[in-house]
Design a protein around this ligand. Structure first.
Ligand code: MEV
Length: 329
């Protein structure tokens, strides 16, 4: 039986989360931590999804004629299934399916940590099912369908996560358009608070603050956009490490002013700076989730500092590779 495996990396937003929702640019990078989706045809009609290893206990769900049959429910894992179902439906719109499809998901990206677990599962599902059914999509098109999936499930999304995760590397992104930046090794350590922020809710809260107090809040969003332009120049020319670190610190301060940081994130941010990081900031929507520290030659010290401050260090690197079709070893 033909079986296809597709994988998608996770991501970190290096600069510009939240302001990107308001038309400003952002810079994001794919990371070496991936989600895998196997797809094969089955005899029954409908879509069957198994999620055995997604860094939360597994479950099996079946969708039949709009009915969801849940064989087990293990909390957080259920959240990703809306993304899978929507992603598969978008591919099925492009073809005539004469059988059922089974999907099996496994992931090294913690769910709901701000590292792009939802976009990764959407991208990898789209890539696996389109490859299985002979629907030709390039990586950019996979990212665009990943964005549509996020819009249906979350209601709002700038599209930066599915796009950077589909194409890989480091990108400068603005209003759906992107430019690949020259690939540079950026030694980072991610710190996971263990808590989850709700992206939809946080984006809405920032919107509300902007509407209530535009004189104060709009300049913050403007400054975030300016920081992204400054860091873009560093990527395109010489990557002056101290300058890059300083932009991260300012960006974190501005995100705090928007109201999307919290004590857990700030504790990790300050602990990593004290341990020698050149810069550190929250990454993604905030309200929990993750921060990252830019720490050339200090990764061990910074990891220890994250643990002492109550977080979980995630050692990963920036990845050149976006979505790919492969066999898992
Ligand atoms: C992306 O990881 C986080 C936000 O910028 C939302 C978005 O861009 O869709 C807050």
């Amino acid at each position: 039986m033909e079986e296809v495996t597709a994988s998608s990396p996770g991501k970190v937003i290096l600069f510009g989360e939240h302001s990107v929702v308001h038309g400003k640019p952002a810079i994001a990078a794919s990371i070496n931590t991936r989600t895998y989706v196997d797809a094969w045809r089955n005899e029954e009609k409908g879509i069957k999804i198994e999620a055995d290893d997604i860094k939360v206990p597994g479950l099996t769900l079946s969708f039949k004629e709009d009915q969801i049959i849940m064989e087990a429910d293990y909390g957080k894992a259920a959240e990703i299934l809306g993304y899978v179902k929507n992603a598969v439906d978008l591919v099925l719109e492009k073809t005539n399916l004469d059988s059922g499809i089974s999907l099996s998901i496994s992931s090294d990206i913690p769910v709901g940590a701000g590292l792009g677990s939802s976009a990764a599962v959407a991208n990898a599902s789209i890539a696996a099912v389109s490859e299985l059914l002979g629907v030709e999509l390039d990586n950019r098109e996979i990212g665009e369908l990943g964005h549509k999936t996020e819009l249906s499930v979350q209601g709002s999304s700038s599209g930066i996560d599915p796009l950077v995760q589909a194409v890989g590397g480091i990108i400068y992104y603005k209003d759906g358009e992107f430019t690949e930046l020259p690939f540079k090794e950026i030694p980072i350590v991610i710190g996971y608070t263990g808590n989850k922020g709700n992206t939809t809710k946080l984006v809405k809260e920032v919107n509300n603050r902007l509407e209530e107090d535009p004189e104060i809040m709009s300049p913050i969003i403007e400054s975030m956009g300016d920081l992204v332009e400054k860091s873009r120049k560093l990527f395109e020319n010489e990557l002056e490490q101290n300058k890059l670190g300083s932009i991260m610190n300012i960006n974190h301060g501005l995100l705090s002013s928007l109201g999307v940081s919290n004590k857990e994130l700030s504790d990790l941010v300050y602990a990593t700076r004290e341990a020698g990081a050149l810069g550190s900031k929250l990454t993604g929507a905030g309200g929990g989730g993750c921060m990252y520290a830019f720490c050339p030659d200090k990764q061990e010290e910074v990891s220890t500092a994250i643990e002492i401050a109550g977080g979980t260090p995630i050692l990963t690197g920036i990845s050149k590779e976006g979505v790919k079709i492969e066999r898992r070893e």
